[in-house]
Design a protein around this ligand. Structure first.
Ligand SMILES: Cc1ncc(COP(=O)(O)O)c(C=O)c1O
Length: 406
């Protein structure tokens, strides 16, 4: 998935083969328009990074996690701002997303989070991508392939301190690291672990993970194995566990202006970067007894003005019925009926100024009102991370306040 940012021909499959329009007056915009879109405010993103920079101890490195298109914000634009604001490196999940950034000219260090299958290693070596290693066999294979390519490649060792997904068990970390030191085509750049729960009030398990990680580091030091970069913190850990900062923090959601949870909200002034918008595409006037949409889930009890927004669950909006709101003219318009694939309906009876093609906000601020990502997450019975990444690629991303120097 790459958010359209190219020419009309690139963004519209098959259009390049279509006969060229002759009219001299017909000027096509950069992208085919759609009356539903997502605005990404890069100025707010810069400000969030600046607030984080001001808050963090001097010398603490930042790895900007831009996986899954920077949680739906666009990996390329987010990475450019992050690096311009002082981030040292980038974190991604899949080979494909890492190669896409390389192909767009991003040269910064990229750490691939998670483990790689052996057949991914040649691509990692060719594109200067840093891998995490959790076991010996992969380390040996990566080393052989790097040696064949005439390279010495940096690696990070992932330590399992209780998350039980990736990583070598903390007690066995010194053995694996020692083996990696013996492999001449690998250079140990870092060791990391990942918190299972860093953004809740109860930090018991996070502190247990921290003590296991610290034990592993003591073992490495005792074995004379130096580690340049130790890292454990995501946004929650960065905000709430300063004793766990070590050399680097891996930040995904916080720079995007979303606190990781309702109880993990240090650093005032952080502002959400993403706003989801649509225009009122049709207006219906209902009489008592008239219903709206599939399944007739809403029936008017009195005269009602209904606005149709051309956005639906096919764009990532939760498939709710008679729940949630859109903002129009700075007022909350309740969603009525069921959300369909391409459309949802809102009651605008109480907003007489609302007219055809007026702008509505489905997530974000309008005037004094705001629909937060957390509010949408409740509708989805999920979390903010899921909502941000859940907005589909067919909603065009419009980047505000781009700077040529980035
Ligand atoms: C290994 C790793 N580190 C850091 C992060 C960033 O987490 P957050 O978005 O909470 O900052 C993630 C995201 O899931 C991750 O998988």
């Amino acid at each position: 998935m790459d958010y359209p940012g190219g020419t009309v021909e690139e963004a519209t499959p098959g259009l390049a083969d279509a006969p060229k329009l002759k009219s001299a007056t017909l000027v096509l915009p950069h992208l085919p328009p759609r009356p539903a879109w997502i605005e990404i405010d890069l100025q707010r993103l810069r400000k969030n990074f600046q607030l984080i920079s001001r808050d963090k101890p001097l010398g603490l490195q930042v790895l900007s996690v831009v996986k899954d298109e920077a949680y739906g914000h666009g990996a390329f634009h987010t990475a450019k701002v992050a690096l311009a604001c002082g981030a040292n490196s980038l974190g991604l999940s899949t080979l494909h997303e890492a190669i896409s950034l390389r192909e767009r000219g991003v040269r910064a260090p990229i750490l691939l989070l998670g483990d790689r299958q052996e057949n991914e290693f040649p691509w990692c070596i060719a594109h200067d991508l840093t891998c995490c290693l959790s076991e010996q066999e992969s380390a040996v294979r990566l080393s052989q392939l790097a040696a064949d390519a005439g390279k010495r490649v940096p690696v990070h060792v992932k330590i399992n301190t209780g998350m039980n997904r990736y990583g070598v068990l903390w007690k066995q970390a010194p053995d694996l690291v020692e083996r990696i030191f013996s492999l001449k085509a690998l250079s140990l750049e870092g060791v990391l672990t990942h918190f299972a729960q860093s953004d809740e009030t109860d930090k018991t398990f996070a502190l247990l993970q921290l003590s296991r990680f610290s034990d592993a580091l003591v073992g490495l030091r005792a074995a004379g194995l130096p580690v340049p970069c130790r890292h454990i913190c995501n946004s929650g850990g960065f905000l709430d566990l300063p004793q766990a900062h070590f050399d680097m923090v891996r930040l995904g959601i916080l720079p995007l202006g979303v606190y990781p949870s309702s109880v993990c909200r240090r650093i005032p002034g952080i502002e959400s970067v993403m706003t989801v918008k649509a225009r009122v595409a049709a207006i219906q006037h209902l009489q008592p007894g008239d219903s709206v949409g599939y399944g007739m889930r809403f029936t008017a009890t009195g005269p009602r003005r209904i606005g149709v927004l051309p956005v639906g669950y096919g764009d990532g909006f939760p498939r709710v019925r008679n729940q949630g709101f859109a903002l129009i003219h700075g007022q909350r318009a309740p969603i009525v009926g069921g959300v369909a694939m391409d459309a949802l309906t809102v009651d605008i009876t109480q907003i007489p100024a609302a007219g055809l093609w007026n702008e509505a906000v489905l997530m974000g601020r309008q005037g004094e009102e705001e629909i937060t990502v957390h509010e949408v997450a409740k509708l989805k019975t999920s979390v903010s991370y899921d909502v941000l990444t859940g907005w589909r690629a067919r909603l065009p991303r419009v980047y505000l306040h781009e700077e040529a120097s980035e």
